[in-house]
Ligand binder design. Sequence first.
Ligand code: NDP
Ligand code: 8X3
Length: 260
Amino acid sequence: MSTSLPGRWVLITGASSGFGAAGARAFAAAGARLLLGARRTDRLAAVAEQCRQAGAPAAHAHALDVAQTASVNEFLAWVQTLTPRLDVLVNNAGGALGLDPVAQGKDADWEGMLQVNVLGVLRMVRAALPLLVEQPGSMIVNVGSVAGRAVYEGGAAYCAAKAGELQITRTLRLELSGTGVRVGTLDPGMAETEFSLVRFNGDAARAAKVYEGVEPLTAEDVGEAMVWMASRPAHVCIDELVIKCTDQAALHKVHRRPRA
Ligand code: NDP
Ligand code: 8X3
């Protein structure tokens, strides 16, 4: 039997845009209660409102910076003012900064990527785990990437970060054995969100070029996959799910249509 989602408490990091926001709306449509975190609180509030309109019995938003242990701990303290238990934790906050080869790499970019994509996941799991254990069918979904499984020029730090996320997920799978808490990685390929805009520091033309001639994944495709993973029967754990658009046969092999 599927794990039913109505009334379940779902915490999503990086819920102010892209996959996190779409996942929040998809869980809301399934009747879940949402706890949303990110740094842009105005955007978060709008997503919370969309969740209520989509059918969530509750949708709460609070500032969260997963790069700061104090912020993560403060966020979990806030969560506990609303609920003593969590059913689903989606560690989605993350992204890439720059596309420089290692020779031109910037400390701030490297440190930023490792802080959010790697240490952010560790911090969130450590803080949220006490609320997840003993909940039948509870699940941690970590958002990784095809970049954690293959590499590309200019991607050293981001690929390393997402490979780190993959290994954290695999380690947790062992450490949580017997607790009933499921853990899996959701690894998308190219998807048109704010990802490339952030990577290229707001350069919209450069970001748009990434998706030129391609029909990429949408945020909704990935949000639905989050819900699917979390709603499998409690005895089923989706350990690793890779999802790519049909045009992306492999990380470097992307079918692009010529401009009309
Ligand atoms: P977006 O840029 O649209 O979303 C990223 C989200 O992460 C935002 O909500 C942002 O919120 C949040 N975030 C970033 N840094 C922090 C932080 N320090 N603390 C809390 N939240 C943070 O991109 P996507 O939706 O595409 O990215 C979501 C995840 O998917 C990321 O982990 C990304 O690496 C991964 N991914 C993306 C792919 C793609 O092609 N789009 C493919 C594979 C994986 P705010 O700025 O408000 O804090
Ligand atoms: C995002 C996918 O290929 O741009 O994780 O790194 S890629």
